[in-house]
Write a new protein. Structure first.
Length: 313
């Protein structure tokens, strides 16, 4: 689910969670953009050091985990954009309403259809950590709309910064199509220059009519948003540790002949009392130990080797 990242394509660790790429001489220390930049530095540092983010940047992302992260993003942005639509005419947020340029829900729908198929709604659900995040966004949008700025800033500015690095990492690590299926979330067709747009967005934030106390509460809410994101990262990391490579795409893990045989997907058939049901791995190993089978295999290998030598000549 990470998006607020900025760094090398190769996934080098360091200051990867940074929104501000250039200094603006026209910015005052009391401007909201500067207060957010300075006030969330510690949260940036903690987020960039979560195991999930570090693994992602190194290209160590399993497809099944990436799919679950996409699901989390879908529920998060659905809530965020619902509340943004609700407050599009509210002066405490209206200047930051850029649905054509920023909204991600439709892009995430495309990604979910790519990964899960047309019946994706029947295959996904909102995780516990994501639900906490979603609940907070709805609460803010309905009761404290001025704090919605913090959630929009945390997500969208990150998407336009390091999110573009993650797009390349995911595309390469997961061998996704060059036509960008599966990573539409990171594609902003209506923003021609991300850096210029971010400058415009920060200028709009700084122009909001907010008192000092409100600005401080927005910074506090931005840090809260980072904590929600980190909780989702941790949740994904725990799931990732339980996944095997064979379990990707929702498939069953293949028993490797070690450990508890009940972990073998074919063990259920055995328990059900089906005649002849058993683990193919163990059946194959047992068969290979038979002397006659070993003799036949050796003969086949010799024939194959001879044929290969003939072909090379």
């Amino acid at each position: 689910m990470p998006s607020a990242m900025e760094g090398s394509e190769g996934g080098e660790e360091g200051e990867i969670l940074r929104y501000e790429e250039t200094e603006d001489d026209n910015v005052s220390p009391t401007d909201l953009s500067e207060l957010l930049k300075e006030g969330t530095k510690e949260s940036h540092d903690r987020a960039e050091n979560t195991q999930f983010v570090k693994d992602f940047l190194k290209g160590r992302i399993k497809k099944e985990l990436f799919k679950l992260a996409t699901v989390a993003l879908y529920f998060t942005y659905s809530a965020l954009e619902e509340e943004m639509d609700r407050n599009k005419d509210n002066p405490v947020f209206a200047p930051l309403y850029f649905p054509l340029e920023l909204h991600r829900k439709e892009a995430l729908l495309k990604d979910l259809k790519y990964f899960y198929g047309e019946d994706w709604k029947e295959k996904v659900q909102c995780s516990e950590a994501t639900q906490h995040y979603v609940d907070r966004i709805h609460h803010v949008g309905q009761h404290k709309p001025e704090l919605l700025v913090a959630h929009a800033y945390t997500r969208y500015m990150g998407d336009l910064s390091g999110g573009q690095v993650l797009k390349k990492v995911a595309q390469r690590a997961l061998k996704l199509p060059t036509t960008e299926e599966g990573i539409q979330f990171y594609v902003f067709d209506n923003i021609s220059n991300a850096q210029q747009f971010k400058q415009l967005y920060r200028a709009r934030m700084n122009a909001l009519d907010l008192d000092k106390n409100t600005k401080e509460r927005i910074v506090e809410e931005a840090n809260r948003a980072f904590r929600f994101n980190m909780q989702v990262f941790d949740e994904l990391d725990k799931i990732g540790r339980s996944l095997t490579e064979e379990a990707q795409d929702g498939g069953f893990p293949v028993h490797d002949g070690k450990g508890d045989v009940r972990k073998c997907p074919y063990y259920a058939d055995k328990l059900a009392g089906k005649a002849g049901a058993g683990c193919p791995y163990h059946a194959a190993v047992a068969l290979a130990k038979q002397p006659l089978v070993q003799l036949i295999l050796a003969a086949c290998v010799a024939v194959a080797a001879g044929a290969a030598a003939w072909y090379i000549m």
